[in-house]
Design a protein around this ligand. Sequence first.
Ligand SMILES: Nc1ncnc2c1ncn2[C@@H]1O[C@H](COP(=O)(O)OP(=O)(O)OP(=O)(O)O)[C@@H](O)[C@H]1O
Ligand SMILES: [Mg+2]
Length: 322
Amino acid sequence: MSLCGSIEKGRGIGMLYINDLTKNYGSFTAVNHLSLHIPEGDLFGFVGPNGAGKTTTIRIVCGLLRASGGSVRIGGTSAAVGSKVMKRMIGYVPDFFGVYDNLKVREYMDMYGSMYGMDSRDIAKLTDDLLELVNLSDKKEEYVDTLSRGMKQRLCVARALLHNPKLLILDEPSSGLDPRARVEMKELLKNLHSMGKTIVISSHILSELSEMCNSIGIMNRGQLITAGRIEDIMQQISGGKRMHIQVASGMESAVRSLKEQPGIRIESVRENEIIMLFNGADEEISALIGLMIQNQVVLTGFYREEGSLESLFMQLTGGGAQ
Ligand SMILES: Nc1ncnc2c1ncn2[C@@H]1O[C@H](COP(=O)(O)OP(=O)(O)OP(=O)(O)O)[C@@H](O)[C@H]1O
Ligand SMILES: [Mg+2]
């Protein structure tokens, strides 16, 4: 099966095109005909349970692993995956932070800048700017190995931005971070997104992604199950939106009014509350409220449950890690 994430509708030009990507390890298929197009300026969340194939996909896109089939294109160029041109377009934050014995933060940035052939004065200037961006200015002369995990992650982001890549790809940047460090990482990514960077971030923590990403792709067992804007994906949650209607008086009339409407399924009627499933648009919901008021129902509350990404994720992936 090949499913192409159609998240480009009416939005910016494409930044990352993954077409029919496959990766086999012997007879095991880790990535199975994956197609995904990510527009410029997106903050895209790549979600899937352990073993889904996220890291494998990311490593192929970054040119660190050879695909068994399919293609990857970035920013409209036809440069080959893994080529120098392509690598310059990507800033990659891996899911592990290496060991850097006796290397200070400044030297770490310097080393990576030199690897991109950058001028030492440019590196020094950018190091100051980037360390400020990731809130590590005061750590410039500290040894990398003495930084906390959250600081190392932020340093890794700063390093990945040194060569001003078009696309920033982060593999599980929040794993192992405490709640405060997670929030800091999220704020940093949102900040970079608002500066216009295209960002792809992988995680299996859905709630975290839903708060910062504008679109997501859900991967399971090597396949992309669905991809799109968060709102559109939420719409896919089966059974419609769950609504709670609080009624002070006129309960019978309220239930009758609702039963007459098509597309409504009443789940339960309690003393003061009706819970129902309805997939109507906002105008239809407001017409429904109007109708009940006309029918002498006294409403004291009305709210719509937000569908949970977690429940969608469990529905789509069957809940299983590989
Ligand atoms: N070098 C390898 N040889 C054999 N199988 C591998 C190799 N690398 C990865 N795999 C397998 O490919 C599958 C996908 O792994 P991958 O690391 O891409 O998953 P992931 O979605 O990143 O998971 P996680 O959330 O745990 O990081 C797994 O079943 C893994 O065991
Ligand atoms: Mg992984």
